[in-house]
Design a protein around this ligand. Sequence first.
Ligand SMILES: [Fe+2]
Length: 272
Amino acid sequence: MNGAGGVVRILSDLHLGHPATQVREVAWLAPLLEGAAEVWFNGDTFEEHGAASAERGRMQYQELLALCDAHGVRPRFLTGNHDPGIAAEGWVELRSGRIFVSHGDMILAEVAPWKPEFLERRGAVWRLIREVGEVESLERLWGRARLVEAATLPDVEPKMGVGGRGYLWSAFWPPLRPFHILHGWATMFREAERFVERYRPGCEVFLFGHFHRAGVRERGGRIYCNTGAFMRSATPLMVELEGEWMRVRGVHRDRNGNFCPTHAVESFRIPS
Ligand SMILES: [Fe+2]
């Protein structure tokens, strides 16, 4: 499964259906699909939870499938904590295992320690994590992440105001939340390294999202890339595999709202 024979792209965290997604029109994604043979949507592609968000999310997901079809792109999906039902897989290994792709919700035992529902129920969630016990395989880790996600679902759909304008303010409640968000950003590459060292030590590249904080780092001879998010206040990155090259490209909005790939922020040679 290495996408040989065409351009392969990886995106994450579209959050279709969420009131604060920047992707209000799925058609705006067309420039990111153009010229690709295959696009991996690395988790949190659409909202499965919350009645209104899920209804919009499912509709936009169908539009995304149609857009891929219209551009001759094979869409591939991996699960995220917002869309655990979108696929049966939570990771993929490309280029003979050199490139490991996973949403990132398995990096931290708490999945999303900045989530208000986790902060409210942390005692119960940690009991659950301890009950599962030592997790030796990625398969079991994926199962534990699903349990933690189920235990931290909101009781009511959060209100974000018109166009998701309240999303930024939601980062400040409960009061510990901004601390956990900033701590997550400050430590995500270190935690990502700990995660792959344990579960996929042979990979040379780890691509993830989840933290909504785009960035690229080299640590211990391995490349880590967080592809950010399409949410308000976040920026996305697009990873592109072509021949022996992996390019990390920026994404900008044109005057019509379309998401367009920019120059390569970083390029790496990953021989097949
Ligand atoms: Fe996300």
